[in-house]
Design a protein around this ligand. Structure first.
Ligand SMILES: [Zn+2]
Length: 384
């Protein structure tokens, strides 16, 4: 038995921990780039807190998912402002933008020098400037991962900046920040969290430590997600989803993902679809095709058995089989009103391009087995 496990240097979790950010940031820097979503006023209490601790704040609102251009421009702005610390508060987009900016502040050159797939993929020579991540959704887990996903509209794909030195210095997970999330965001980010627990559990890189977190996270999300969706003010369910999302981040950063995220990169790059919604639309079909392919090509191997275990965690029924798990996820997507990929403009004519790009995506390497072109085509056409 052997494995490696890395995460944020410090994690604060619980209702109200947002109030501890300034104290925890002491000594990390004097001039903070404060990255937020499109409405920076949501971070006003955070800014007041930092400024009362004598940390100067330079605001940087991010509307939509971060692009290479946004990070290029943001790094120039942060250098002009002489920022030595990045604090990001928001959904996955704001957090990934902040994480990329913290890396680019410490490394000369252009994001494309370091970007996977579409860039030169050079290793980042220097550790990021201190980065504090404060999620306001329960889904991405990016507060404890070592990559930042950037879109490149001219390449029509998403790719990652990735380095162990990009792990946040501090992750602040305060479930109260998710209480007012609207239903569609609760649904799509929540299903992203569930996907980010199921894929690492069946990944070829799964390890004993991530397995523990996956099992706890899947069980927790299965219970909490329908409740948080039905009643956003259910604090127990919101805390359950914040916990599941954090666990998903711990797992994906150390065990990798699979075909859902392999497809999510090109779909998200080619169409204006939120990441969580794309993952949600794909998850049941990836599970179904993986289960069938594993049963045919690797019967009795660990991954097959793991889909049975996932089904038991999801349904709470000791006799459940892998097929019951697939059905449970399909039913959840229907209850949570997850749209199909067609709603975002994906058409049959896009399938060959999406299949080719997905096959080369970095997340696809974690899938429990190599899927054939035919199988990949089946997944995407059924998710339309
Ligand atoms: Zn995801």
């Amino acid at each position: 038995m052997g494995f490696e496990f890395a995460t944020a240097a410090r994690i604060l979790f619980g209702e109200g921990v947002l109030g501890q950010v300034a104290a925890a940031a002491a000594g990390m820097g004097q001039r903070a780039l404060v990255v937020t979503g499109a409405s920076p006023e949501r971070a006003a209490p955070l800014v007041r807190q930092l400024e009362s601790a004598a940390i100067h704040c330079s605001p940087f609102p991010v509307a939509g998912e971060p692009t290479v251009d946004l990070v290029r421009g943001g790094a120039e702005y942060a250098r002009r402002e002489r920022c030595d610390l990045v604090v990001a508060m928001g959904g996955g987009s704001a957090l990934d933008a902040g994480k990329a900016l913290a890396a680019m502040l410490a490394n000369a050159g252009d994001p494309l020098d370091y970007l996977e797939v579409i860039g030169r993929g050079q290793p980042l020579a220097h550790a990021s400037v201190p980065f504090i991540a404060i999620p306001t959704t329960a889904g991405t887990g990016t507060e404890v991962t070592r990559n930042a996903v950037l879109a490149s509209p001219e390449h029509r794909v998403k790719a990652s900046l990735r380095s162990p030195s990009m792990l946040p210095r501090l992750a602040v997970v305060d479930p109260e920040l998710t209480y007012d999330l609207p239903r569609p965001i609760t649904a799509s980010t929540g299903l992203d969290a569930l996907t980010q627990l199921i894929e690492p559990y069946t990944s070829v890189r799964a390890n004993p430590m991530t397995d523990v977190f996956c099992v706890e996270g899947i069980r927790r999300a299965a219970w909490a997600l329908p409740r948080a969706w039905k009643n956003g003010g259910d604090s127990e369910a919101r805390a359950g989803m914040a916990w599941a999302s954090l666990l998903g981040g711990l797992c994906l950063a150390n065990a990798g993902l699979g075909a859902v995220h392999g497809f999510a990169a090109p779909v998200g790059g080619m169409f204006p679809a939120p990441h969580g919604a794309v993952c949600a639309a794909l998850l049941p079909y990836v599970m179904e095709v993986n289960v069938r392919a594993l049963a045919a090509r690797q019967p009795g191997r660990t991954a097959v058995l793991r889909y049975g275990e996932i089904a038991r965690l999801l349904t709470g029924r000791p006799q459940a089989t892998a097929d019951h798990g697939v059905r449970w996820v399909k039913d959840l997507c229907r209850r949570l009103e997850i749209p199909t990929l067609r709603a975002y403009g994906v058409r049959e004519t896009d399938i060959p391009d999406l299949v080719a790009k997905a096959a080369g995506a970095s997340s696809m390497k974690g899938n429990p087995l190599v899927l054939t072109t035919e199988e990949l085509r089946e997944i995407i056409s059924r998710a339309l």
